[in-house]
Design a protein around this ligand. Structure first.
Ligand code: BES
Ligand code: MN
Length: 454
């Protein structure tokens, strides 16, 4: 087996290669970065060409970020075809960083930059695994296609339309998605469940004009107070969601899956201190942390805008407020039903004289993948061989919209081999990727392809 451990110079080269990828500020949500996102797509295409893949191309659509596609189908019909998926777009980089978000820096065995783990480091390891096999053997043990998107962090409209189109470039037996986490350092992990999501905003309007809070306070409705009333009427102080019918259809995890979670190494106090970094956990009574974050739906507020938030004081009754919210969904729920339930609940709890409306932006269905197939089994085996521990099966609370779409439109399972770590600061300042996971990830992917081809 090829191991990165043994190849010191190669490690340096790999780090340099990843740095070049991380320097491109491909923030998909920010219009001012549109050209950077495109440049990043071009960079991915070039990496795919350098790895020996064929037909490398950008798939473009008006007003959307490019998809990057490439293939190598030389293994022949008798061998399986894998569809590698990842995303080259990243979240915005606001907040306080130790070193700038787009100037990658290596410290204590980690590389720090926006997108390091989510998801450029993991896309990079997929490409480098293929490159390594190509260099060594001049061919691959299986057929591969790559589909790397630039809109995952904003809901992935472009890829959704492409996957639904039935394009021949998508013909594959399984998808390999590297965009999740290892449960703990050195513990090989397959993610077999993701939550879905509905994201949108609640618009609240209490009148046609802002008012003097002395002259009218006590008699006039206040849009921000109304927004707060609405939000607190949707979820109680114990974390129970009060949207009527919301959790009624939730399918709980099986006894076997529950038992597997109970065997995972987990220390709640450490989780609170090192990851959550607060003083107490919250959430629905009667469910432990795994169930709350993996198998129960949520309602979160992401931001509230309105009224006076500048320096100093201004005595005003605001007439408008905007609340950014999302719901995470689990097996048994659907985007359509949850969206309708929230929209109706917002209307129902809206105080008098106030108009409130939920406007959805995007959604993704929850997904659970079956584990009784060769693609999952060989993946677990490859990771076990490389990392020297038995592979664990977990779910993740996050969402990767494409996984449900691959299942629905292509009928293929997704193998979610994750190499991020729980403390990699995804979507937060000081995002990092553990270099040992970059190197181990390449080795595991190389081994996976070898096992699938034999
Ligand atoms: N890679 C994450 C999702 C993730 C994080 C899965 C940790 C497993 C463990 C992905 O890039 C992401 O953040 N997705 C968004 C999707 C949304 C914008 C549709 C999410 O979950 O918020
Ligand atoms: Mn991601």
């Amino acid at each position: 087996m090829l191991t990165c451990e043994a190849m010191a110079e190669t490690q340096e080269q790999l780090i340099e290669g990843l740095k070049a990828f991380l320097r491109i500020p491909s923030v998909s949500t920010a219009p001012k970065h549109t050209a950077d996102v495109r440049r990043c797509a071009e960079h991915v295409r070039e990496m795919l060409v350098a790895a020996g893949l064929q037909n490398a191309q950008l798939i473009e659509a008006e007003g959307q970020h490019p998809l990057v596609y490439a293939e190598w189908l030389g293994a022949g019909e008798g061998k399986p075809t894998l569809l590698f998926y990842g995303h080259y777009d990243v979240q915005p980089a606001d907040g306080e960083w130790v070193t700038p978000a787009f100037e990658p820096s290596v410290r204590d065995g980690n590389i720090y930059a926006r997108g390091a783990a989510d998801d450029k480091g993991q896309v990079f390891l997929q490409i480098k695994a293929v490159e390594r096999l190509m260099e060594r053997d001049g061919k691959l043990p299986v057929n591969v296609r790559f589909l790397i998107e630039g809109e995952e962090e904003v809901g992935g409209e472009h890829i959704e339309a492409f996957v639904a189109s039935g394009d021949a470039r998508l013909k594959a037996d399984a998808a390999v998605v590297c965009d999740t986490e290892m449960f703990a350092p050195g513990l090989p992990t397959l993610c077999v469940g993701l939550r879905g999501i509905v994201y949108g905003e609640i618009l609240v309007k209490s009148g046609d004009t802002d008012l003097h809070s002395g002259m009218y306070g006590g008699a006039a409705p206040n849009a921000i107070m109304a927004a707060c009333e609405i939000v607190t009427a949707l979820k109680d102080r114990d974390g129970r969601i009060l949207i009527p019918g919301f959790a009624d259809s939730v399918i709980p995890p099986s006894a076997a899956e529950r038992a597997a979670w109970d065997r995972l190494p987990f220390n709640e106090a450490e989780y609170l201190e090192k990851e959550v970094k607060s003083t107490a956990l919250t959430g629905e009574p009667g469910y432990d942390v795994f169930e709350r974050t993996w198998a129960r739906p949520t309602l979160e507020v992401h931001g509230i805008r309105g009224g006076f938030t500048g320096e100093g004081a201004k005595t005003v009754i605001p007439c408008e407020a905007l609340v950014k919210v999302s719901m995470r969904l689990v097996a048994g729920q659907t985007v359509e039903v949850a969206t309708r339930q929230l929209a109706e609940a917002v209307k129902a709890v809206c105080p008098k004289a106030v108009q409130a409306e939920f406007r959805p932006f995007h959604g993704a269905e929850p997904s659970l993948v079956r584990t009784d197939n060769v693609f999952i089994e060989k993946s677990a085996q490859a990771m076990q061989e490389v990392f020297g521990k038995e592979t664990v099966y977990i779910r993740s609370g996050g969402s990767i919209p494409i996984v449900g779409l691959f299942e629905r439109h292509l009928g293929i399972p997704s193998v979610m081999m994750g190499f991020g770590l729980p403390d990699d600061n995804l979507h937060a300042p000081n995002e990092k990727f553990h270099l040992a996971n970059l190197f181990g990830g390449i080795d595991a992917m190389v081994r996976y392809l070898e096992l699938l081809g034999s």
